[in-house]
Design a protein around this ligand. Sequence first.
Ligand SMILES: Cc1cc2nc3c(=O)[nH]c(=O)nc-3n(C[C@H](O)[C@H](O)[C@H](O)COP(=O)(O)OP(=O)(O)OC[C@H]3O[C@@H](n4cnc5c(N)ncnc54)[C@H](O)[C@@H]3O)c2cc1C
Length: 412
Amino acid sequence: MKNVIVIGAGPAGLMASIKLAEMGHKVTVFESMPKIARKLGISGKGRGNITNSCSYEEFLKHFNNNGRFLKTAFRCFFNTDLINFFRNEGITTTEERGGRIFIGSGRATDAVNALHKALLKRKINLMVNSPVSELLIDNRTCLGVSSNGRQHRSDAVILATGGKSYPATGSTGQGYELAKACGHSIVTPLPSLVALKCDTDLSSIQSVSLKNISAELRVENKKVSAKFGELNFTDGNLGGPIILSLSREAVPAINSGKNCAIILDLKPALDSEKLDARILRDIEIKKHENLLSLMRGFLPIDLCYFFINKLSLSYKLKVSDLTKNVRMLIKSGLKELKFNLVDYCKWENAIVTSGGVSTKEIVATTMESKLIKNLYFCGEIIDIDADTGGFNLQAAFSTGYLAALSLNSKVD
Ligand SMILES: Cc1cc2nc3c(=O)[nH]c(=O)nc-3n(C[C@H](O)[C@H](O)[C@H](O)COP(=O)(O)OP(=O)(O)OC[C@H]3O[C@@H](n4cnc5c(N)ncnc54)[C@H](O)[C@@H]3O)c2cc1C
């Protein structure tokens, strides 16, 4: 039996703790917050999108370049294993659009409560309000931790402190300092899956949400990526699922001072020719009305005013007076509405962190540090991040599971 300390009671640390305790080890979890897994509790808009039903190959495609690092973790514990794990803890799941698996009750906090019960059932020692401030290292070996001015010894330590996003949930990036202090390299953490800021005032369309549209990210005028789906303008930023996905490539580009823009195709189902024919048809039907009335046939009303202003036109313009040039302007506005990006929202609003402890210094088949003996990593603290869709939580649970498994089989 090993005496193991886990730092961080998020999905990664909790899975590692539960698995280790099941295998007969003595586990103590240090959590800086008064309660466990606050981020899991608000995940998926409070509904907990814990994984995705897609295949292993498809799953890996949703991660950054380090997706390969997760191969063993996913082979050991994948989506159906996670669903079964929760089922055994009394939590059902339900599948939605895009293979997204949510907590069946619609409450992510039910998953948190189930994990809490699982800790109690397995007699895991949970120390809340106990931030770890130091790893005890001697001769390149981890011997335990310091918390609240006291030292605690153990046979191994698992660092599962998460990233830097949503710091109010407890993940403040302190784990990076602990890893750095014992020699680990940190790939610069940046907010990811985050709303983007542009140079246009979007306050008049804050309540507009658009479905089935295409958005393209251009960096230095070159198409880098494109997504189809839902977008919104909440808080005067470009947001919603497709923008969050594009932010994974937009944030590093903005950060390095590159010229970035989002181009919206508001009518992706119509090619340029068909759209022109449709505009011409509507002009004929609405020839006695004004431009606002014409645009209402194409866009939600709030967006009509914004759109007409953005094209520097007047909504009172008579449809019968529209020139060919104006018609072409409208058509290209609908197909290529451009927003120059100037910034991105900060840590407080980012769903995940890109960057973190370098995967080059962690053994992918065990999650053990290559630099410090008896130190393991799991979850978002590692330089891995993925799209929305349940991929990030699965990575946290899977790496936690693998850390426990390899610690169990390790012979000293
Ligand atoms: C609003 C929001 C919605 C999300 N929705 C989804 C979703 O639906 N699907 C999905 O796949 N992903 C989602 N994510 C991402 C997902 O929640 C994270 O990737 C996941 O929680 C990471 O798990 P973790 O255990 O590595 O870290 P965390 O969940 O961040 O847990 C780390 C824990 O460590 C503790 N800690 C930190 N430092 C210390 C210290 N020094 N000492 C002791 N304890 C410490 C923290 O308090 C925290 O409890 C969402 C994220 C946010 C912010």
